[in-house]
Design a protein around this ligand. Structure first.
Ligand SMILES: [Zn+2]
Length: 156
């Protein structure tokens, strides 16, 4: 372990923990820093991989940070969080009529407004029904019709 790695481990930072559903204090438990590709002008790139844990629920976080080095100073180029995965690729490609209630649902959930969250889930499922041209009757009827058309599986 290099001196650089020793300094990073044990550092605490704030992160959104989906298990705790709040911004929590996390601590870096392991770090890896790529070999410096700095040239004689002190310019180059370095990649840092950090494994940290939530101090509340022990949930793990895995992040990669890429830095560009210009004249000895490092600038954050990109930051990717691999774990926990808070991005939902499927929802990003769905129609806007479904995406908007989903976004609102997430906001309500993260604000601990669970009644509002349930209402937004209802609105989202209604939006999926409309998108699939199922507009007659109440939500139960729509879901049953979507199931009989083979659009919705039996689990729902
Ligand atoms: Zn947590």
């Amino acid at each position: 372990m290099t001196e650089e790695e020793k300094k990073i481990e044990g550092i605490k930072e704030m992160n959104f923990c989906p298990t705790c559903n709040s911004v929590v204090e996390t601590v870096i438990v392991y770090s890896y820093t790529s070999e410096n590709t700095v040239n004689e002008d002190l310019c180059g790139y370095v990649t840092e991989v950090l494994l940290s844990k939530c101090l509340k629920c022990q949930n793990l976080f895995l992040k990669e940070k890429s830095f560009q080095i210009v004249e000895g100073d490092d600038y954050l180029n990109s930051k990717i969080q691999f774990l926990p995965n808070t991005e939902n690729e499927a929802i990003e490609n769905c129609p806007e009529i479904v995406y908007n209630p989903y976004e609102e649902t997430l906001k309500c959930y993260r604000a601990h407004a669970y009644d509002a969250c349930a209402m937004m889930c209802h609105k989202g499922i209604e939006a999926i029904s409309i998108d699939k041209r199922e507009i007659k009757g109440n939500l139960t009827t729509k879901l049953k019709n979507l199931n009989s058309k083979g659009i919705l599986g039996n689990t729902l």
